[in-house]
Write a protein that binds this ligand. Sequence first.
Ligand code: GRF
Length: 187
Amino acid sequence: MRDPRRVAILISGRGSNMRALVEKANGYDVALVASNKAEAPGLDWARAQGVQTWALASKGVGREEYDRILSETLSEHDIGTIALAGYMRILSPSFVGQWEGRILNIHPSLLPKYRGLDTHARALEAGDRAGGCSVHIVTEELDAGQVLGQAEVPIEPGDTPSSLAQRVLAAEHELYPKILSEFVRDE
Ligand code: GRF
């Protein structure tokens, strides 16, 4: 069994959660930041921090094939835990099976509400009084694995999807490092 404290973070874009996970690392080491977009802005920041990075464009590569290469890379780096942070690609069932129970994700809603996309617009449309975020275990079914922790934020009058997203994002940056620390400690 690999050391759960050796964490890889998977990103596709700006990587603000990845940054929070690196800056607030407590009890785990970010051994690799990997991306399916070579130009993901978060990669530059990680490199500048001296964090090892890996990128391979997924465009045009079959899901199984891509995930096989990704899995090999993670194994080569002795990764024990995978943290998805804005990784915008659904993982293949074989990848999820191979890393079963060792992949975490942060999702911008209070699961089980609003799996998938446009969570903030959907919360506003429903007239919810609160939004929030959830850290959960990744399973084959999208955004459906065991919830490890949640943070709730109020919805204010006049909120738009983007103002709510901003408030939730700040909560994500607190919640994710805390839950990841607890997860690796308890493994
Ligand atoms: C966050 O809202 C996260 O909840 C969702 O994707 C977004 C990623 O943002 N899974 P960032 O790349 O971490 O800034």
